[in-house]
Design a protein around this ligand. Structure first.
Ligand SMILES: CC(=O)SCCNC(=O)CCNC(=O)[C@H](O)C(C)(C)COP(=O)(O)OP(=O)(O)OC[C@H]1O[C@@H](n2cnc3c(N)ncnc32)[C@H](O)[C@@H]1OP(=O)(O)O
Length: 396
């Protein structure tokens, strides 16, 4: 099998379509597939020269805990023709792609997976989670606010087509302080790539402005058949989030409001008079693959002093290693060590805990991670925590 880089769009696009068995309406050069980066598109060819698989990557910035922005490969469009599955095509493409990511100097790769059983073997672990929430209109009464978050700004209603670059600017401010968020390059907005509100589908946009008139949040929504569906609520602070959710929940002539993407730990349920009116349903979202343990661990911000010895296995890249992680005053050092380990874990589990969205102790209790003494899991929980729950709304 041969894997070629730098493929023409038509070859790449037609192979992705065949692998997924779909005809997407988007024509060449538009939508999420149009956002492809030629030099990062891989196509696998069978010995007879037929293209049988694809894997591509977008160049994103990922926000780490501590408001640190780092480049990350956003893996996408992975597919193998149904006639050539379970013959190692994906495995070969993953090897090639991770080597390419590393050659570019990136130490993180991220993806959204179609099935949760595929990517752990390649070193990816679920690292951010997202919540859906449905609230019936007649149960949307807010509890009387007492403290912070009381809103005095304003909301303007716009159509998607009238927003210009306003959403892009708000999103960019928001994602810089939200761990787990990905950049949405300008090209994506221009191409209408990704899910609403990036895409061209008709949407209403509630844009929030603070008391000084500065736009600092938006919510994208549409009403169909009595349901108001909210694609995303993006706000740079809690006051904006509260004002936008209050606006959406107060919409007349709808039976229910469905939030598709809320960050774990958001305050909405607690703001309703009826706590049970909004039961969250969670799912995994962004999966993280660490390619260079010391670089990854020293890049993020830390919030508790301490140290841990981590025995990390990485069978896919054949690069096991034992590391001493020492955190002082928000900064980490990470060096190879021969000291006895506190935790033994696969690199996919390190990816899961990296952004602070998965507790190491849960992975210990699940039997994924081995704790070598009674204090190890608790110490890891404290150390890996983030300043806020990681969340990613970007679809790619
Ligand atoms: C980031 C994204 O783009 S997510 C989108 C992923 N793509 C899809 O879901 C499209 C439909 N599916 C496909 O195209 C293919 O089935 C793929 C890409 C998922 C797998 O491609 P294949 O070439 O068949 O995988 P390959 O033969 O290399 O298998 C590698 C390993 O993964 C396992 N595996 C692959 N796909 C699956 C699956 N869907 N479920 C469970 N195990 C799987 C194989 O059994 C094999 O296991 P092993 O490590 O024990 O040997």
């Amino acid at each position: 099998m041969e894997i070629r880089h730098d493929n023409d769009y038509d070859l790449y696009f037609s192979t992705v379509q065949a692998a997924f068995g779909r005809y997407w309406p988007e024509s060449a050069g538009s939508g999420v597939l149009g956002a492809y980066e030629k030099e990062r598109s891989l196509v696998a060819f069978a010995p007879d020269g037929k293209p049988v698989g694809t894997a591509a990557a977008h160049s994103f910035d990922l926000t780490l805990p501590g408001d640190v922005l780092v480049p990350a490969a956003g893996v996408t469009a992975v597919g193998v023709l149904p006639t050539h599955r379970r013959q190692g095509v994906l495995r070969a493409m993953m090897q090639e792609q991770l080597a390419d990511v590393r050659a570019r100097g990136e130490f993180l790769s991220v993806l959204l997976c179609s099935e949760a059983v595929i990517y752990r073997r390649f070193g990816y672990g679920p690292a951010t989670y997202t919540e859906q929430m449905t609230v019936e209109r007649h149960r949307t009464e807010f509890a009387a606010p007492r403290g912070a978050g009381v809103e005095t700004g304003s909301i303007e209603l716009l159509r998607r087509v009238d927003c210009g670059e306003l959403l892009e600017e708000i999103y960019d401010r928001y994602r810089r302080t939200q761990p787990g968020a990905l950049s949405r390059p300008h090209r994506w907005w221009a191409l209408g790539a990704g899910h609403p509100p990036t895409g061209p589908e008709p949407r209403y946009l509630a844009v929030h402005r603070d008391t000084g008139g500065v736009a600092n949040g938006y919510a994208s929504y549409l009403v169909t058949d009595g349901t108001l569906t909210v694609d995303e609520v993006i706000a740079v602070d809690d006051a904006g989030f509260t004002a936008l959710t209050q606006f959406l929940l107060g919409h007349d002539l709808v039976k229910k409001i469905e939030f598709k993407h809320l960050p774990p730990g958001n305050p909405l349920r607690w703001q309703l008079a009826d706590l049970r009116a909004a039961e969250p349903r969670g799912t995994d979202w962004l999966w993280v693959r660490i390619l260079d343990v010391p670089r990854a661990l020293t890049a993020r911000g830390w919030f508790t002093d301490g140290s841990l010895v981590l025995d990390v296995t990485d069978p896919f890249l054949d690069q096991d290693g034992r590391y001493l992680l020492t955190v002082r005053d928000g900064k980490a050092e990470c060096t190879r060590t021969d000291l006895a380990p506190d935790l033994s874990l696969d690199v996919s589990d390190l990816g899961s805990v990296y952004l602070g969205g998965t507790l190491p102790s849960v992975l210990v209790r699940a039997g994924h991670v081995r704790a070598h003494h009674g204090e190890a899991a608790g110490r890891a929980d404290l150390l890996f925590r983030s300043d806020r729950a990681p969340h990613c709304v970007h679809w790619f």
